[in-house]
Write a protein that binds this ligand. Structure first.
Ligand SMILES: [Zn+2]
Length: 415
């Protein structure tokens, strides 16, 4: 459900409808998402964190903490020291490179395969491993099962990326346990994009993130897996359709006891190092010859982030339908927080691109989820909440667009 009233951040234009986290194993059509917090001055949590990032956090001290962890965990016996997961995007390139070549660790990079690689995504993946010089383990979940759950996730919760996100998240942990590599490095701190984890969170299971749904290491809480949901549908219902329990092995979380027993440590690199996505992009171009897309990405103005999967555009588009928060808004807000765009420039980009239908890989996406365009559009309409959308002259309009919100604000406050 939408919050009582829609407001936009007075610094970065982000909507207060932006969802933050949910326990995906119990995510159904009726679930309520936690959304980004705003302070009394109408500033979002991501901006508050970025203010600390630029004005408060002592990054030299933070780096010292990292060096301590590195020294403690370096094995110096030829085995891997840590795991970095990624699919060849700018952030995983930066993380793996800096750990290997600056801090002299021996990382194993691992990849949960995208649904459908784009050409540029595949090329960057190859460049990451070949030009960067990394060992990489690629895991491809059973494509028949993955495709089935992705279709269900689209039908039931309009979230075609949920099976990917869920599978990838738990794969990293399970693989670290299996390989006896008890140290995982993630990229930026979730606080960077407004999750309520606090700037002192260095790991997703520490006390600062415990109040967040979706961050639990024991997400199924001892329940029978058949009672959990994948793609908004109970696992037991898949079994009734003829699937077997072992078809879903890749989507099960690791055992909580094993995580504790092996003392698995999971850190956000963004806690220790000042994380600036644009800098990671230039870094990747420099180190592994990373290439941006040669086309503007659907729904946004940029060409260099979230470009490896043909389903990416639909991930952002479906969020726009459900929450009124589009890709251009998310991208421009991030650039504003990091000083690469002004608020006014962001607003112009939102007006121009937010909610743009992802035409580039439409055919591949619809084929992947076995749906016609008419079915998909009808489905989208089912997920448009009346608190967010209304129809005017046969066209869907946001009740309160970012532009209208700020115009009203100026009128009301006479400024
Ligand atoms: Zn903000």
């Amino acid at each position: 459900m939408a919050k009582e009233s829609i407001i936009y951040c007075h610094k970065c234009n982000l909507s207060n409808q932006q969802p933050t986290s949910i326990n995906e194993y119990f995510h159904t059509y009726n679930s309520k998402q936690q959304s980004v917090k705003f302070n009394e001055k109408n500033i979002c949590a991501a901006c508050e964190y970025n203010d600390k990032k630029y004005n408060y956090i002592n990054w030299n001290e933070r780096e010292k903490e990292l060096i301590e962890i590195v020294n403690k965990n370096k094995k110096n016996n030829g085995s891997y020291d840590c795991i970095v997961s990624g699919s060849g995007g700018k952030d995983s390139i930066y993380a793996s490179w800096i750990l290997k070549y600056k801090y002299k660790m021996n990382p194993l990079t691992i990849t949960w395969a995208p649904h459908l690689y784009t050409d540029v995504g595949k090329e960057n993946m190859d460049r990451w491993i070949s030009n960067g010089g990394f060992d990489n383990f690629l895991f491809t979940p059973n494509p028949i099962v993955h495709r089935k759950i992705t279709r269900e996730a689209t039908l039931n919760i309009l979230h075609p990326f949920q099976p990917f996100i869920l599978g990838q998240k738990h794969f990293v942990i399970k693989f670290a346990l299996k390989m006896n590599i008890p140290l995982i490095f993630y990229g930026e701190s979730p606080a960077d994009y407004g999750k309520n984890v606090g700037h002192k969170s260095k790991s997703f299971d520490d006390k600062h993130s415990k109040n967040q749904q979706g961050y639990s290491l024991d997400p199924i809480e001892g329940k029978d897996f058949r009672d959990c949901y994948l793609g908004g549908k109970q696992v037991g219902d898949y079994l009734n359709e003829g699937f077997k329990l072992e078809d879903f092995t890749s989507y099960r979380p690791a055992g909580y006891d094993e995580i504790n027993e092996k003392k698995l440590k999971k850190y956000y690199l963004g806690y220790f190092l000042k994380w600036i996505p644009q800098n990671n992009y230039y870094f990747s171009v420099d180190k592994t010859n990373f290439i941006p897309a040669n086309y503007r990405l659907d729904g946004t103005f940029q060409k260099y982030a979230s470009l490896d999967d043909k389903l990416d555009g639909f991930f952002f588009y479906t969020r726009f339908i459900k929450f009124g928060v589009g890709r251009a808004m998310m991208d421009s807000a991030q650039e504003i927080r990091n000083g690469f765009l002004t608020k006014e420039e962001g607003l112009r980009l939102i007006n121009k691109y937010d909610g743009e239908y992802p035409k580039t890989y439409e055919k591949e996406f619809l084929n992947y989820i076995s749906m016609s365009k008419e079915e998909f559009n009808k489905l989208c309409d089912k997920f448009r909440k009346k608190e967010i959308w209304h129809k005017k002259n046969g066209k869907w309009k946001l009740n309160m667009s970012c532009q209208k919100y700020f115009e009203n604000y100026v009128k009301k406050n006479n400024c």
